[in-house]
Design a protein around this ligand. Sequence first.
Ligand code: NAP
Length: 247
Amino acid sequence: MKRLEGKIAVVTGGSRGIGASIAKELGREGATVVINYNHSHEHAQKVVEQITAMGSSAIALQADISEAEATKIFIEKVLEKYGRLDILVNNAGITRDKTFKKMSFEEWHKVIDTNLSSAFNTCKIALPAMLEQKYGRIINISSVIGQSGGFGQSNYAAAKAGLIGFTKSLALETARGGVTVNAICPGFIATEMVAEMPDTVLEAIVAQIPMKRLGKPEEIARAVVYVCESEYMTGECLNLNGGLYMQ
Ligand code: NAP
């Protein structure tokens, strides 16, 4: 028996990067995985095929999770199809880096809506179902930047720090209901999001990481499985950052 056999999992932004790795790892452990995406239909479909090849079930569903109504329809579709939802990974995220002086209102709101309000949007519909079934694992993918701040990242840092506060508050409210709520704070992970950074900036970042390398998406994915299996951990923030930031 695989470790997550019988579980229904949703991964937002599961089409690429860390989310795709999380979706595959959950599938490898036997979960049925719903891969949410916004634009990358082909990438999402490829993840579905990879999970199916492992012998687990997967589907891809498009929804812009920064939009409350679209997210409601998306999560309701999952509940209608499977009758339950056990694991919700709020992973989808974007960057719109600019120094505060240059940052537009649009760039501020876009990042807050996509990286923070999205978790409210999904949980608003998923949590009542989890409490009803007396089981749930909510995992919010925050960031080391939410803990340390980041130059040119006031929007991103605010959203990611907000996710940590959201995680702890929701954990308090759900602790007696069989639902755990935890956050994972990755450091710098080798995905397209990081590849967008200029080489010189990236080299300077790696030089500051005690392990002297970027993290791998699979390393975050394995932490998600660990959180799924943890019965007594809630309101926690797991740091996977190669020693870059220690609390
Ligand atoms: P990525 O490679 O850029 O992938 C982002 C994913 O989010 C894509 O699947 C994208 O789907 C999805 N997405 C973006 N906006 C969406 C929306 N409105 N609705 C639905 N899906 C949306 O990013 P990543 O590096 O894997 O990052 C994943 C998460 O980890 C993010 O929350 C990020 O902030 C966090 N994180 C990343 C790092 C890092 O170093 N990479 C470090 C710390 C935390 P489409 O392509 O379909 O739009």
